[in-house]
Design a binder for this molecule. Structure first.
Ligand code: PLP
Length: 229
């Protein structure tokens, strides 16, 4: 499938979810997750009119960056090892996986400008998932004030692999609730206006529950066999 054709279907689904939720499609930023595909396919996504690309490993990001440079807006969406921050920091505009103080400190140290960061929250409580516990999210964010190069733009979560819509909705709602708590703190460094949630299988529900950035890989660019590592 051409990216263009997949994009049409996804745009239709975004519109439908927005109608249900009484929202505007312009409120939703679509990030094409290119971790499973080649730089050529990522380029096809750009040519189809997608401006935001997401990668979950430093190697994948660097390989695509070599080809596409700063034409896309780059999102780092995967678990980020502290020692790898220096490899990606000059290339990314958004980091979706801030989940510990040591990482905040390293981003702050390596960045020469403000980096938009999402605090990743483990709303489902699955042990396999990264992220701060929901109860600790507000305290964690409060502790980031000293890191001047971080702009806490929002919260990110990964919902469980399930077709249980009630469970998925509950996860997305929980992230929205935490967002309200954080906004109430009123910190300049944490406007927390964005919610990064929703992937190929659950983005419609995520939009209905308030997502502003959705991260779509498989349904948009497909998978070319092995994940590009
Ligand atoms: C791979 C990945 C996605 C996209 O997953 P799909 O199911 O292929 O849409 C989104 N977010 C993160 C953090 C990922 O690692």
């Amino acid at each position: 499938m051409r990216v263009e054709d997949n994009l049409k279907q996804i745009k239709t689904a975004i519109h439908e979810a927005c109608i249900k939720a009484n929202r505007e499609p312009e409120e939703i930023t679509l990030i094409a997750v290119t971790k499973y595909v080649s730089a050529d396919r990522a380029q096809e996504a750009l040519e189809a009119g997608i401006h935001h690309l997401g990668e979950n490993r430093d190697e994948g990001l660097l390989a695509k960056w070599e080809v596409l440079k700063d034409r896309p807006t780059w999102h780092f969406i995967g678990t980020l090892q502290t020692r790898k921050v220096k490899n990606i920091i000059d290339k990314v505009d958004y980091i979706h996986s801030l989940d510990r103080l040591s990482l905040a400190k390293e981003i702050n140290k390596r960045a020469d400008r403000k980096i938009n960061c999402f605090v990743q929250v483990n709303v489902s409580g699955e042990v396999s998932k990264q992220g701060i516990n929901p109860e600790e999210a507000a305290d964690f964010i409060s502790s980031l004030a000293e890191y001047k190069n971080l702009n806490i733009i929002g919260l990110m979560t990964m919902a469980p692999h399930t077709s249980d819509k009630d469970l998925l909705r509950a996860c997305f709602r929980k992230l929205k609730d935490i967002q309200k708590q954080v906004k109430n703190l009123g910190f300049d460094f944490a406007p927390c206006t964005e919610l990064s949630m929703g992937m190929s299988n659950d983005f419609s529900l995520a939009i209905e529950e308030g997502a502003t950035m959705i991260r779509i890989g498989t349904a948009l660019v497909g998978q070319e066999g092995q994940e590009v590592k």
